[in-house]
Design a protein around this ligand. Structure first.
Ligand code: P6P
Length: 333
């Protein structure tokens, strides 16, 4: 029987009810979700005080992506890693901020799950108070629990992902999560530090009339993509454009209101800019669970396999028919 969650359900109750439906559950997955919630609340509190707590601005360092690291990036990265290390439910944490995976070892137990994350996506927007967020995905390890995890546990096909979500730190803090059975959103009540169900069973309509991309790269796009976008802008096509420049915020708007987001391959970034493991895979997991689709312009994102930790990919994601139309246009057919 599908558990119906009424408004006012806390995230904790959602976790309890969801895992209760799986008698074989050992409690590791519940603990993992609770630790994600804890880290999310800690990062939310810090992001919302950043201006006051001297957390704005850069650290003066550059990360493995060659991106200028903001103080909040480091705080978010360390906070999620610390929350996931000691409970013994994770064996590895792969982060946009770290060149190599963080393999959990003694004195902590090497647990069942591999956690991948962009700890603070859109961080270039921090100093202008635009919405930023954490994107994460979860795999079940392949190697034996209790042993040191290996690269084979981390470099996985997208279809191996068992859960994914994100937290947007905006006008409110919203955690959106799927464990494979629907997509649900929880809004933080900062007064009591609890997430409450606010977006039950998010579903995307087959199509939408919004597109979201950085058109400043027009001259770097393929001719097929320019021709496609021209049809969206044609008189009477009825499309609107929205672009924040923070993937997690652009995706969240489109998940709630509908829309096609794309960050394509360009002559400057032939592999695209966005990362496969901890941006495209989690968002593709969510969008498919909500009835949408995600491709790299040709192949469903979740059909791809990670071969390099920080591998990049073009990304077309959103309502099913919009993604299909864009993908068809890129094929030149
Ligand atoms: P551009 C933010 O830096 C980010 O990684 C994503 O969050 C966002 O979608 C993209 O880059 C924006 O890139 O080239 O449009 O500034």
């Amino acid at each position: 029987m599908k558990t119906q969650f009424e408004e006012g359900t806390t995230l904790d109750r959602f976790i309890y009810e969801t895992t209760r439906a799986h008698p074989e559950a050992t409690g590791q997955f519940s603990t993992l979700l609770r630790q994600i919630s804890l880290a999310a609340r800690m990062v939310s509190a810090r992001v919302n005080r950043a201006g006051l707590a001297g957390m704005l601005g850069g650290t003066g360092t550059i990360n493995v992506q060659g991106e200028f690291v903001q103080k909040l990036d480091i705080y978010a990265n360390n906070t999620f890693k610390a929350a996931l290390e000691h409970p013994g439910v994770c064996c590895a944490v792969a982060s946009e901020e770290d060149e190599e995976p963080f393999y959990i070892q003694s004195p902590y137990r090497s647990g069942r799950y591999v956690f991948c994350m962009d700890p603070l996506d859109g961080s270039s927007n921090i100093d202008v108070n635009a919405t930023i967020g954490t994107i994460f995905g979860v795999f079940r390890r392949k190697s034996e629990e209790g042993t040191l995890a290996t690269e084979a546990d981390v470099l996985r096909p997208g279809r191996d992902m068992v859960a994914a979500g994100y937290i947007v730190y905006g006008s409110g803090t919203v955690l959106v999560l799927s464990t494979g059975d629907g997509v649900h959103g929880f809004t933080l009540d900062p007064g009591i530090g609890e997430f409450f169900l606010s977006h039950r069973d998010i579903k995307l309509a087959p199509s939408a009339k919004t597109y979201s991309t950085n058109e400043g790269y027009w001259s770097l796009w393929s001719q097929e993509l320019r021709d496609y976008v021209t049809t969206l802008k044609a008189p009477g096509a009825g499309y609107g454009a929205r672009y924040i420049g923070s993937l997690v915020a652009d995706f969240h708007r489109n998940l709630i209101k509908g829309g096609l987001f794309f960050y394509p391959a360009t002559t400057k970034n032939p592999e695209g800019k966005l990362r496969l493991m901890y941006e495209a895979f989690p968002l593709a997991f969510l969008v498919e669970a909500a009835g949408g689709a995600a491709t790299d312009g040709h192949t469903p994102i979740l059909d791809l396999t990670l071969t390099e930790l920080h591998q990049r990919t073009p990304l077309f994601i959103g309502n099913r028919d919009n993604v299909a139309a864009a993908t068809k246009a890129l094929s030149g057919s």
